[in-house]
Design a protein around this ligand. Structure first.
Ligand code: UD1
Ligand code: CA
Length: 448
């Protein structure tokens, strides 16, 4: 059966605070609603409608999708049933409609598949979970045979119902023909004067349509109304991500102390120490060792490389068997070829480091091209900026840069050349030559 997804995202989210629509709140590096878009996109032939209202244009422009999405405007936010109603003309007769709430974004494809299967046979299928503090949520009222009688919203619940800890996730699926028949029967005679989608359950029962609830884990179907709930959802999701790495043979020192904001792949046998943050799209190879407190953004790191503590890598490609850090900063599309090393307090910006080349201490390499087996002494600086333009420094294979050299670009140091420690090099150095550019030492008698 076809699937028509309806994602509700018109609300303001007063309880979240701030001016931005709630569904755009950041969860694991992307807007909450984007998680849902990424999931529904994996269903081929599904149609997706997103109901927008409060700052609808902002919601629309924040979403990225490979497939077409129908944005439907709900002018006044009169409740979740009213929101679904806005999409009814777009739904296909021979489909199952799946309603998702933009603020409950982590439901998996697997669970949705089961939900759709249940709805295909004519049932109204909903997802529920147990919540320690259920206040604010719709309670699942079950009958003597555990059948679902109705959902009662917190505001309308009597004290006995408020004690129920099984709550409504908001996620439901039902044949579109049934939805279209029952939706107009929902009224707004409740405490909030809203058209509650949750009234569908009681109405379905009256029409002898079986209601089937699947009890899920909170970390999958739970939502976020407040900053506290958003925080809790982020923490439980991060833990889930870290645990999935353990299951893929990646050793994580502490599953509560790492964050993946975006999508990061990590190869087998790798080790991730505490407090690492991965942002954007990263690809980490096999047997990579990442020490504590590193920040890795949109980068690739190949097999067997060691990244020591407190290193920041942004937009770079790091080869295999490299060593980086502690306290290195590598950025601007820099490329480190296999077996190269950048050590403590070394910054590389828009630079290429050839195979087996090393700069192990206190160095700035900006717009530099290092060949193979270059050794850069401590304190070396490429002076790449003249106040207006950036210039390149080319350091050919086997060059040895003495400590504390200032390499004033544009500059080429020929293959196998040397610079003396403390030199300011302003002219090209031919192949094999030793360049010394510093004041001569004078030893004077001490005055008495
Ligand atoms: C809703 C459910 C509640 C459930 C909870 C789970 C109803 C009546 N209640 O309550 O049973 O336990 O979610 O998180 O459905 N929205 C619109 N248009 C509207 C109203 C809401 O698009 O007119 C959107 C919101 O942007 C949000 C979603 O629908 O993404 C849910 O609305 P919200 O106000 O957060 O509902 P809850 O009070 O959390
Ligand atoms: Ca909500």
């Amino acid at each position: 059966m076809n699937i028509d997804f309806i994602i509700l995202a018109a609300g303001k989210g007063t309880r979240m605070g701030g001016n931005s629509p709630k569904v755009l709140a950041n969860l694991a590096g992307k807007p909450m609603i984007q998680h849902l878009i990424d999931t529904v996109e994996t269903f081929h032939k599904a149609k997706t409608s997103v109901i927008v209202g409060h700052k609808g244009k902002e919601v629309e422009s924040s979403i990225s999708s490979r497939k077409k999405i129908n944005y439907v405007i709900q002018k006044n936010q009169l409740g979740t049933a009213h929101a679904v109603k806005q999409a009814t003309t777009l739904l296909r007769k021979n489909s199952v409609s799946v309603v998702l709430y933009g603020d409950a974004p982590l439901v998996t494809r697997k669970t949705l598949n089961k939900l759709v299967n249940s709805a295909t046979s004519g049932r109204l299928a909903i997802l529920t979970y147990r919540k320690e503090d259920p206040s604010g949520y719709g309670r699942i009222v079950r009958g003597p045979k555990q059948n679902i009688v109705k959902i009662v919203e917190h505001k309308d619940a009597v004290s006995k119902e408020r004690k129920i800890k099984e709550v409504n996730s908001g996620i439901l699926a039902v044949k579109t023909t049934i939805l279209q028949k029952l939706l107009p029967l929902i009224k707004n005679n409740n405490a909030a004067k809203e058209y509650y989608l949750t009234d569908l359950i009681e109405i379905a029962n009256k029409h002898s349509i079986a209601v089937r609830a699947t009890l899920c884990e909170e970390h999958e179907v739970g939502g976020a109304n407040s900053r506290q709930e958003l925080h809790d959802l982020e923490r439980s999701y991060q833990k889930r991500l870290a645990e999935s790495l353990l299951a893929k043979d990646v050793l994580v020192a502490d599953t509560s102390r790492m964050d993946i904001r975006g999508s990061t792949q990590i190869g087998k046998g790798s080790f991730i120490d505490i407090n690492n943050v991965f942002e954007g799209q990263n690809k980490i190879g096999k047997n990579v060792h990442i020490g504590p407190n590193c920040h890795i953004i949109n980068s690739t790191i190949k097999d067997n490389t060691v990244v020591y503590s407190n290193t920041v890598i942004e937009g770079c490609e790091v080869g295999a068997n490299c060593k980086l850090g502690p306290f290195s900063r590598i950025r601007g599309g820099s490329e480190l070829t296999d077996g190269s090393e950048l050590g403590n307090f070394v910054e590389a910006n828009r630079s290429k480091i050839g195979k087996g080349s090393k700069a192990k201490h206190l160095t700035y390499l900006g717009d530099a091209r290092l060949g193979q087996k270059v050794n850069v002494g401590a304190g070396t600086i490429t002076c790449n900026y003249d106040g207006k333009n950036k210039h390149k420094t080319i350091i050919e294979d086997g060059t040895f840069i003495g400590s504390n050299s200032s390499l004033v670009a544009p500059l080429t140091l020929g293959e196998g050349s040397y610079t003396g420690a403390g030199s300011v090099i302003t002219k090209n150095v031919p192949k094999g030559k030793l360049a010394v550019g510093r004041g001569k030492q004078v030893n004077l008698n001490k005055k008495k």
